[in-house]
Design a protein around this ligand. Structure first.
Ligand SMILES: Nc1ncnc2c1ncn2[C@@H]1O[C@H](COP(=O)(O)OP(=O)(O)OP(=O)(O)O)[C@@H](O)[C@H]1O
Ligand SMILES: N[C@@H](CCO)C(=O)O
Length: 323
C-alpha cells in the first residue's frame, strides 16, 4: 500500500485547480511505494502539461527543506535530456504546495514498468541513463550532503546494537566490524556530481529494453559518481535475496555507464570498497526499519541479510566482481 492520507474528491479538485492542467477527471491511489502517498491523476489537460500526472504527498523520511533541491533537480535533469519526470508548477510558479501541513507535488507521468528480473540489455540501458544523469548534474547548482554515507551507516548499525541485530539474524552483528573496516578504507577524493544513490529496479521505469524514467530522487545528494554506480551494481546484479550474482547484468551495467562516461583507473580500483559501502548503507537502513516496524505492520519489511550477502560477495571477489 502507499496511500497514507485520505484526500476527498473536493480536496483533489481544489488542489488541481491551482495548476494549469485542466479539470480533475480521476485520481487513483497507487499501491507501489512505501515512503509517500501517490495517486495517478487524470485531468482534461492543457497544451503544455498533458493529461496524466503523479500526485505525491510527502509523508515521511523527506525533510521539507530538501524538497526544493529534489524537485529542482528533476526539472534540471528533464530539461537536460535525461529520462526524468519534470514537476508541474502551480499558477504561482511553486513546485510544491502544502495541504494540512503536508507537502504535495504534481509530477509528470511517464510510461513504463519496473522489472523484477533485469536482462543484460536493460542493465546496459540503466548504466547509460545513470551516466547521463551524472554528466548533466555536474552543471546543476544545487548541492546536498549524503546523510547516509559510510560513517552514518556505521552509526545507524551501532545504534541498532548487537542484540537487536542478532535478533534479526545471528549473522547480522558482523556488519558492525565490517562497517568500521570499510569506513577506514573509504576513498574521499573521487569525482563527484549529484547522484541518485538509490537506483534500484523499482526506481526505474522501462519500456522493453529502454529506460523511460528514473524516479524517486529523494535520496539524491552530492557524492562520488562511482559510488552511485556501485549502488546500482549491487541493486541490479543479484536476485532479491542476494544469493545469486548475474555477471552478465553487472558487466552490461558498467559497459553502458562507460559508453557515456569513462571511469578513471582509480574509480575502477575503488569499486569493490564502494560496493561494500553501498551494501552497508542498505543493511543499516533495512535493519533500522526492521527494528522500528512491527512484524504485523501493513508495510513489508526488507531483509537486511540480502545486502550482507552481497557485501560478502564483493569482499570475496574484489575487482573480479566488475571485470
Ligand atoms: N513520474 C512517474 N510516472 C509514472 N509512474 C510513476 C512516476 N512516479 C512514480 N510512479 C509510480 O508510482 C509508484 C510509487 O512511486 P515511488 O516508488 O516513488 O513511491 P515512494 O513511496 O515515493 O517511494 P519508495 O517506495 O521507493 O520509498 C512507482 O512504483 C511507479 O509505479
Ligand atoms: N531501496 C532501498 C529502500 C530505500 O532506502 C532498499 O531496498 O532497501
Amino acid at each position: 500500500m502507499a496511500v497514507y492520507t485520505h484526500l476527498s474528491a473536493e480536496d483533489l479538485a481544489e488542489l488541481i485547480a491551482q495548476y494549469d492542467v485542466g479539470r480533475l477527471v480521476s485520481a487513483k491511489g497507487i499501491a507501489e511505494g512505501v515512503s509517500n502517498s501517490n495517486w495517478l491523476v487524470e485531468t482534461t489537460g492543457s497544451a503544455s502539461a498533458g493529461t496524466r500526472f503523479i500526485l505525491t504527498m510527502y509523508e515521511r523520511r523527506i525533510e521539507i527543506e530538501d524538497l526544493p533541491f529534489f524537485l529542482a533537480l528533476l526539472d534540471f535533469l528533464s530539461a537536460h535530456d535525461c529520462p526524468v519526470p519534470r514537476t508541474i508548477h502551480d499558477r504561482q510558479g511553486s513546485a510544491f504546495r502544502t495541504i494540512d501541513g503536508k507537502a504535495v507535488a504534481l509530477i509528470e507521468f511517464l510510461p513504463g514498468v519496473s522489472v523484477d528480473h533485469p536482462t543484460a540489455a536493460q542493465a546496459r540501458a540503466v548504466g547509460v541513463a545513470l551516466a547521463r544523469v551524472h554528466v548533466a548534474a555536474r552543471d546543476f547548482d544545487g548541492a546536498r550532503t549524503n546523510t547516509l554515507g559510510i560513517a552514518e551507516s556505521r552509526r545507524v548499525l551501532e545504534a541498532c546494537g548487537e542484540v537487536a541485530l542478532a535478533a534479526i539474524d545471528p549473522r547480522l552483528p558482523a556488519a558492525l566490524a565490517l562497517a568500521a573496516d570499510v569506513e577506514a578504507q573509504w576513498p574521499g577524493d573521487l569525482p563527484a556530481s549529484v547522484i541518485h544513490s538509490d537506483l534500484f529496479p523499482d526506481n526505474v521505469l522501462m519500456l522493453g529494453a529502454d529506460v523511460s524514467a528514473l524516479i524517486d530522487f529523494y535520496f539524491a545528494c552530492t557524492d562520488a559518481m562511482a559510488y552511485d554506480l556501485a549502488v546500482t551494481h549491487a541493486a541490479w546484479s543479484f536476485d532479491k535475496a542476494g544469493e545469486t550474482f548475474s555477471e552478465d547484468v553487472g558487466t552490461a551495467l558498467v559497459e553502458g555507464y562507460e559508453s557515456i562516461r569513462t571511469l578513471s583507473a582509480r574509480e575502477r580500483a575503488c569499486l569493490p570498497i564502494l560496493a561494500q559501502g553501498a551494501c552497508l548503507r542498505f543493511v543499516a537502513s533495512r535493519a533500522e526499519d526492521w527494528i522500528g516496524t512491527p512484524a504485523d505492520a501493513l508495510v513489508t519489511r526488507k531483509d537486511p541479510m540480502a545486502f550482507l550477502r552481497r557485501l560478502d560477495f564483493y569482499r570475496a571477489q574484489g575487482t573480479a566482481a566488475f571485470a
